[in-house]
Design a protein around this ligand. Structure first.
Ligand code: SF4
Length: 328
């Protein structure tokens, strides 16, 4: 089956007065129809930058320096003009950010904001647009949608605002939704309601999603597959259940070990020692070398190849293609 999104050998670099530095390095992955693919990694690993590259929204000093991003119907996103982008963003691909206030205008009622996006997509009467807006608000689980139509963003809770943003993202019936930490700013109860909403959208609307999160609990509930990014490189990928139960890469193992465990309440929470190397201090060998407890001499200078082990793909010198049983 042809993927909805096919990212191949993608490099994204930042240009500074002293030179150009790669922040995303040879990234390849696909998203298929009705598939939710998670991206996980610490801050500075390239999760958000990947989504901005796909949306054609990179900051001014960043650019795609190699590779391709192919979207459904063989549209090559890397070479699109800003005008062409306007027919894709919010229509074929839409994005949901962590903090809903950044996507909402504080001085307009939320219903009107949804209606305005609808007006751009359809040629219906005002009355029909308002009815459709209320319908959409109900679909994303907003109570008393008719009354909420006239509310301003500051009058709503964080969870309600995120539902408004999700409603706006659904308007163009996008083929792909990119959600960047969409539940991080919400408290636990609201977070679980929004996760249920994403699950419902996957089941009922058959949307495909790229779901960025640092929270394995959230990823486990929403995603089919997960990409683990470290220092701009894809170090492991596979079905979410495999990565949680049998992580292969030492970085994935560290991330899984860092998940708070109720059974270990009272014990100090494990954290991976060290930090993600800044952009200008990245290794030519394995990017995780400085923090890896299993490192070998070869890891310092030779970049590991990606190998397939069962349903997982891992980029680490500990593994070879011939292995079929993970050594964890
Ligand atoms: Fe550790 Fe070496 Fe594997 Fe990198 S390649 S994760 S340093 S064992």
């Amino acid at each position: 089956v042809e993927p909805i999104l096919d990212v191949k050998d993608l490099d994204v670099s930042f240009t500074f007065p002293d030179g150009q530095y790669k922040a995303i390095d040879s990234l390849s992955f696909t998203v298929h129809s009705n598939e939710v693919v998670g991206i996980v990694g610490e801050s500075g690993c390239g999760k958000t930058l990947t989504s901005l590259a796909i949306m054609g929204m990179l900051p001014d000093n960043a650019s795609i320096t190699n590779g391709s991003i192919c979207f459904r119907h063989k549209r090559h996103l890397v070479s699109l003009s800003e005008k062409e982008w306007q027919s894709i963003r919010g229509r074929a691909i839409s994005m949901i950010f962590q903090e809903p206030m950044t996507a909402l205008n504080p001085v307009y009622p939320v219903g009107k904001q949804i209606s305005e996006v609808l007006i751009k997509h359809t040629k219906q009467s005002r009355k029909a647009i308002k009815e459709q807006t209320i319908q959409l608000m109900k679909q994303v689980g907003l109570p008393r949608a008719e009354a909420l139509y006239h509310s301003y963003p500051h009058q709503l809770s964080g969870g309600m605002r995120q539902r408004i943003v999700i409603a706006m993202a659904l308007i163009g019936e996008p083929d792909l939704i990119i959600a960047d930490e969409p539940t991080t700013a919400l408290d636990v109860t609201i977070q679980s309601q929004i996760i249920q909403l994403f699950r419902k959208l996957k089941q009922e609307k058959k949307v495909s999603m790229l779901f960025i999160s640092h929270d394995w609990g959230v990823l486990s509930q929403v995603c089919d597959r997960v990409l683990v990014l470290y220092a701009g490189q894809l170090v492991e990928t596979g079905p979410i259940s495999r990565l949680v139960d049998e992580p292969l890469h030492p970085y994935t193992k560290g991330l899984i070990r860092s998940i708070p465990d109720r059974a270990k309440r009272g014990e100090p929470l494990y954290t991976i020692p060290g930090r993600v190397p800044p952009l200008k201090e990245r290794h030519r060998g394995c990017p995780f070398y400085d923090r890896c407890r299993e490192r070998m001499e070869i890891c310092r200078t030779v970049r590991p190849k990606t190998v397939n082990i069962k349903e997982q793909m891992v980029q680490c010198h500990l593994y070879t293609e011939e292995m079929d049983v993970p050594s964890s």
